[in-house]
Design a protein around this ligand. Structure first.
Ligand code: ADP
Length: 325
C-alpha cells in the first residue's frame, strides 16, 4: 500500500474553513454548529451539516477489538522523554513470553517512529478480505503505523483532525490483529486530537488504562500532571508512571550521576502525591538509543545491563497492574 492508496482508502474528510475557535463544542459533537461559539464562525455550516447521533463506526471497532485482552495507551506530557522507545521495549519484553501475542499500534501520525525502532520500516501493509494485515516483527509481535503507507520515508503528514480521525478509526476497525493478549498504543506527546479520538473510539471496547512515561525533571513532570488530569477527565485509568532516563551509570568508571536532576523528587514523589503507582525507573543508557536506531531489541542485545533489568521490572509491575498473573 502506498501513500496515494491511503489517501483513497480514507473516507473524504470534512474541511473546516478556519481552525476551531475557543469554546468550540467540536465539529463532531452533538452540538456542532449550535453552540454559543458557533454564531458567526466560518465553520458553522460545515459543522451543522455533519452527521449527528451515535458514531456508526463504534460497533465495528468493538467487534474488531473483541479478541484483544489488554489494551494499553502509552502517554507522555512531553516529546523526547522516551515514550516510543519505551513502547518498543515493552512490546519486545512482552513478546519474549512465547505464550503472549502482542500488537503495537503507532498513533503518532505526524511523527511515527515504531517501525524504525522495531526494525521493520521497509515493510508495507497488505490489504486482504479480512482487513489490513499488520507487519509482523516476530511470530508473536505485530505492528501498524502510517509510516508503512508513506510514499517516501521522510514524507510529511499534514492532516487536520478529521483526516487523522479517519485513519485512527481505520486502524481500530480494519487491522486484522487476530487474537492479542496485549495491544500497546503509542500516542503523540501531550493531549491532542489523537488522544481525544482514541479514548472516545475505544471507550466501548474497554481500555485497561494508560502508562505514563516521563523524565525526572520538573518541566517534564509539570506536563505529566496535565496528562494525568486528561486521563481522569477522559475516564482512563492511570496504570502507573515510568521514569525514563533516570540516572546514568558510567560504563567505564561505574560512577553514578543524575543527568536529569529530579529537583522536586522526580516521578516517585509525584506518584505518591497523586496516588498513582510508580512502575519503576529506567536509567539512561546510550546503547538503548543505538539499539533503537538499528531496530534491534535492546533486551536481546544487552540482556544483562541494569537498563534491561529495570525495563523487565517495569513490565512485571505493569502486568501485575492489569491483572495478568
Ligand atoms: P518520545 O517518543 O517521548 O518522543 P523517543 O522514544 O523518540 O521519545 O526517545 C527520544 C530519544 O531518547 C531517542 O533518541 C531515544 O533513543 C533516546 N532514549 C530514550 N530512552 C532512553 C534511555 N533510557 N537511555 C538512552 N537514550 C534513550
Amino acid at each position: 500500500m502506498t501513500g496515494t492508496d491511503i489517501e483513497q482508502v480514507l473516507p473524504p474528510a470534512y474541511e473546516l474553513k478556519e481552525p476551531e475557535p475557543e469554546h468550540c463544542p467540536g465539529p463532531e459533537s452533538e452540538n456542532a454548529g449550535k453552540g454559543n461559539a458557533c454564531t458567526g464562525c466560518a465553520n458553522q455550516s460545515v459543522c451543522e451539516s455533519l452527521p449527528k447521533g451515535p458514531d456508526p463506526d463504534i460497533p465495528a471497532i468493538v467487534e474488531n477489538l473483541s479478541n484483544i485482552k489488554h489494551k494499553i495507551l502509552v502517554l507522555s506530557g512531553k516529546g523526547g522523554v522516551g515514550k516510543s522507545t519505551f513502547t518498543t521495549l515493552l512490546s519486545w519484553a512482552l513478546s519474549t513470553d512465547e505464550d503472549l501475542q502482542v500488537g503495537a499500534m503507532d498513533l503518532d501520525i505526524c511523527g511515527p517512529s515504531l517501525p524504525h525502532m522495531l526494525g521493520c520500516s521497509d515493510e508495507t501493509v497488505h490489504e486482504s478480505s479480512t482487513g489490513w494485515t499488520p507487519v509482523y516483527v516476530a511470530d508473536n509481535l505485530a505492528t501498524i503505523s502510517i509510516q508503512f503507507m508513506l510514499p517516501e520515508d521522510d514524507s510529511a503528514i499534514i492532516w487536520r483532525g478529521s483526516k487523522k480521525n479517519s485513519l485512527i478509526k481505520k486502524f481500530l476497525k480494519d487491522v486484522d490483529w487476530d487474537q492479542l493478549d496485549y495491544l500497546i498504543v503509542d500516542t503523540p506527546p501531550g493531549t491532542s486530537d489523537e488522544h481525544i479520538s482514541i479514548s472516545k473510539y475505544m471507550k466501548e471496547s474497554g481500555i485497561d488504562g494508560a502508562l505514563v512515561v516521563t523524565t525526572p525533571q520538573e518541566v517534564a513532570l509539570l506536563d505529566v500532571r496535565k496528562e494525568i488530569d486528561f486521563c481522569r477527565k477522559a475516564g482512563i485509568r492511570v496504570l502507573g508512571l515510568v521514569e525514563n532516563m533516570s540516572g546514568f551509570v558510567c560504563p567505564n568508571c561505574k560512577g553514578e550521576s543524575q543527568i536529569f536532576k529530579p529537583t522536586t523528587g522526580g516521578g516517585k514523589a509525584l506518584c505518591e502525591e497523586l496516588g498513582i503507582r510508580f512502575l519503576g525507573s529506567v536509567p539512561l543508557d546510550p546503547r538503548i538509543g543505538r539499539s533503537s536506531d538499528q531496530g534491534e531489541s535492546f533486551l536481546d542485545t544487552h540482556p544483562d545491563s541494569p537498563a534491561s533489568t529495570a525495563v523487565l521490572e517495569v513490565v512485571e509491575a505493569l502486568r501485575d497492574e492489569v491483572g495478568d498473573f
